[in-house]
Design a protein around this ligand. Sequence first.
Ligand code: SIN
Length: 550
Amino acid sequence: MIPSVLHAPAPGWTADTDVVVIGSGIAGLVAALRCRPHGRVLLVTKALLDAGSTRWAQGGIAAALAPEDTPEEHLADTLTAGVGVCDEDAVRVLVTEGPDAVRDLIGLGAAFDRSGGDIALTREGGHHRRRIAHAGGDATGAEISRALLAALKDSGVEVIEHALVLDLLKDAAGRAAGVTLHVMGEGQPGGVGAVRARAVVLATGGLGQVFSATTNPEVSTGDGVALALRAGAEVTDLEFVQFHPTVLWLGEDAAGQQPLISEAVRGEGAHLVDHAGVRFMVGRHELAELAPRDVVTKGIMNRMHETGASHMLLDGRHLGAATWESRFPTIMAVCRHHGIDPVTEPIPIVPAAHHASGGVRTDLHGRTSVPGLYACGEVACTGVHGANRLASNSLLEGLVYAARIAEALPHDLTAPTPHVPESAEGGRGGLLEPGVRGEIQRIMTSCVGVLRGAEGLETAVRELEALGRAGAVSAGAGAEPGVAAWEATNLHTVASAIAAAARLREETRGSHWREDFPERADGTWRGHLVTRLAGNVLTTIYEPLEGNRS
Ligand code: SIN
């Protein structure tokens, strides 16, 4: 059973605004800044303003900025990486509006690395050109975040930090009318409250914490996808969880957020080798180490399997100390912190959960299937990524699509609702004990990870259902309301939706790799799996692609 509302105390305070934006990564910050001219904006974030995934983004932001590059070429690389299920219109928007969006970011104060006056561009997996702009060598997200937060200071956007969003409020017509949220820790207002708004923008980021090891920060518990499902919104492509090929290997039992070793290290020439020094990606794909991410991840997993090794190696010794220091100061410091010197020894690496290509389904202006509810950034599924996101397209997607929500807003905003929003207190029960978080991560990692098969997926669905029954709706059942229980319940909702979709898709496509169905099956599976929650049950249906979708 999946709760249709998170059990919570009745709101003890209320606030009114025009637009409430949930999340403070690149998408949330841009949405808040761009929506501000259209009315009052309240930005709600789960931890501190700069604690989301954006800050951790290393490699950069992809856009056709080089004179010899074109949006058409960026489009082609994105569609190839997405393996036939990208929405071509959505990708076209991304690649054509992307270059100006990056220039706007520079206008706002983001300082990208330069080479002879021009923006320095690197390569990453799946790109046939150098088109990744970066900052601080390998600290691109941190610089973008800094620039946007500086812009936020005098913008008039109100901010609530340390607040976990709970549920969507709707008016009598079924339109989004705000959110309930819980302000954690100190400060006023505190506890559970209600923010009434004319539009709600979800920019809550990723869901990597459903797995034991991930590049995502601790706050990435899929809160936005879970909220959207409870609100009745459509969620799509959830089976396409991308595993980053190169995360620093910290031992068999490493758990939680793991250090990322950017693809840009391979873009600058580092090689993937096995323990005998063999470059195993050569011959597996024309781009070798710079093949699309799913191909490299599969190459690494296959080689680990073939050689019985627990990890592979990334050899960047030939880049030299000067390149390491100027291009990858963050990565070098993290490696050295863990006792590895990338200047003199290969880095042990392994794949780990990194990015959700799917999410809350939106149109080309971030509108979800619930009127008044918008989504942008990793929580959204705009159709840009298809079955496998192209490297460094996600910061760009956040930037472009957050701005498009602001474009749509003046046309979409209705008069403030005369109806009193429903209270989120209605649904008793259904909360899971915080302790199940580790169990959810264990199930997802062992059964719904990089390599999937029918038996494991059936086990995952069955075990997740059993966990759900433990929190079943009945008087007195379920955990006490609180942040840990709400997060565990969100993780369970999202994990259940991912496992169900992964079980249904009987083919291998992009980041969804089935050992029992190793081929892509365009005849039967070129389409989307769309998930909805109704009557405490998740339903996933297949929608074949048509028209210009490619
Ligand atoms: C990386 O730097 O490898 C991550 C970039 C991305 O996920 O797009």
